[in-house]
Design a protein around this ligand. Structure first.
Ligand code: PLP
Length: 419
């Protein structure tokens, strides 16, 4: 495989940006390589600057559920472009998108459009604190919710101690209100509520964890979170930035039939543009300025181009026949191929992770048992054979409606030949 141009661009990029990337997940550092630079993308394929073509299972980390450059989304964007790039004022496209979101997420009685998943979760937490008048939040080890200070915590020194930040540049005092629990471990949540219940504003959770690799919730786990938050008058905040419009049109809350108080959306909802949303019960969201005392704002929030791309994407998802069943079937085929090679797989609908471990992965702790060197070898093998997956063991593979049966068969036969 020739990657001469990518290597040249990488050297240039590394002079300009830390590690040559604008988001660390794009670096191939953890698989011991330099990133390939993408020239263009269409349907299920990425083409790099050296002309190598890949079947793409990263799908921009989730947004591209319809594949790359869907013609109808491009058309909607062009129509919006002709009317202007940003107004910093109200426009009808915001209403259109908000209605589409609400149709599938009825729990979001009032919602706000923002520009990134990070911003959506960060704002929702501020609302949870503002509404309840409480300080603490419960977060699960291995769940990622964007890079805001208080949430960059996953490895605390024990369950009931206050957690320390994962990143440099975050004062300990900024994370003192972040309580850590173990995913799929009800007792760990129970213990936190028994000790701090009066001061817990919300439980924040990825209803299907997808940032330590895919880790689905155990049966009853989400219902348990719903019940205990109710009991202690805390809020339940679903981070559906990945699962929203992915597991089902109505996300994990529809899929599992659990209604949270607050929801954060991102990725798919922006149709490939920087757009995200948060919202929840009307009385809670009425705390947000200008109605209430919780301040949150954004110059480009509800940007007309992004809103048009998001709305068109959701409408296409609505009108496609059997789209989710098709995604599920394709993901199942990939899963079967991986299992055929004795690779452990966690899957929820159209997201899955091959784990190089013998241990059943149901938590952060068990995810860490995976052999990253083996993953790196698998990654390199796939890349050289024209299959692009995340350059990290602790991410998901994403399927899109643009993946053809031929793409899936090719991918499966490449997996079959892995040694
Ligand atoms: C990607 C992601 C975020 C952050 O979204 P950005 O748009 O990258 O800021 C938050 N939560 C989850 C679950 C995510 O996967």
């Amino acid at each position: 495989m020739n990657t001469e141009k990518s290597e040249r661009l990488y050297r240039q990029a590394a002079e300009l940006m830390p590690g040559g990337v604008n988001s660390p997940v794009r670096a191939f550092k953890s698989v011991g390589k330099h990133p390939v630079f993408i020239d263009r993308a269409e349907g299920s394929k990425l083409v790099d600057v050296d002309g190598n073509e890949y079947i793409d299972y990263v799908c921009s980390w989730g947004p591209n559920i319809l594949g790359h450059s869907h013609p109808a989304v491009l058309e909607a964007v062009k129509r919006a472009l002709n009317k202007g790039l940003t107004f910093g004022a109200c426009h009808e496209g915001e209403i259109k998108l908000a209605r589409l979101i609400q149709r599938h997420f009825p729990s979001m009685e009032l919602l706000r459009l923002v520009s990134s998943g990070t911003e959506a979760v960060m704002s929702a937490i501020r609302v949870a604190r503002g509404y309840t008048g409480r300080n603490k939040i419960v977060k699960f080890q291995g769940c990622y919710h964007g890079h805001c200070d208080a949430l960059l915590v996953k490895a605390g020194s024990g369950l009931l101690t206050f957690s320390s930040p994962d990143s440099a540049g975050i004062p300990e005092s900024f994370t003192e209100h972040t309580l850590l629990a173990n995913y799929n471990d009800e007792a760990s949540v129970q213990a936190l509520f028994e000790r701090y219940g009066e001061d817990i504003a919300c439980v924040l959770v990825e209803p299907v964890a997808a940032n330590m690799g895919v880790v689905p919730p155990k049966k009853g786990f989400l219902q348990f979170l719903r019940d205990i938050t109710k009991k202690y008058h805390a809020l339940l905040l679903f981070d559906e930035v990945i699962t929203g419009f992915r597991l089902a049109l109505g996300g994990a809350q529809e899929y599992y039939g659990i209604t949270p108080d607050l929801t954060a959306l991102g990725k798919i909802v922006g149709g490939g543009f920087p757009l995200a949303a948060y919202g929840g019960r009307r009385e809670i969201m009425e705390c947000v300025a200008p109605l209430g005392a919780v301040y949150q704002a954004g110059t480009l929030s509800g940007n007309p181009i992004a809103a048009a791309a998001g709305a068109e994407t959701i409408m296409l998802l609505e009108s496609a026949k059997n789209l989710y069943r098709g995604l599920d079937r394709k993901a199942e085929q990939i899963e079967a191929a991986l299992r055929g090679k004795d690779i452990l797989v966690n899957r929820a609908g159209s997201i899955l992770t091959p784990f190089f471990t013998k241990e059943k992965v149901c938590s952060y702790h068990t995810a860490l048992s995976a052999d990253r060197a083996q993953y790196a070898r698998f990654f390199s093998y796939l890349l050289e054979n024209g299959v692009y997956i995340a350059p990290s063991q602790f991410e998901a593979m994403f399927l899109s409606s643009a993946h053809s049966d031929d793409d899936i068969e090719r991918t499966c036969s490449i997996i079959n030949n892995f040694t």
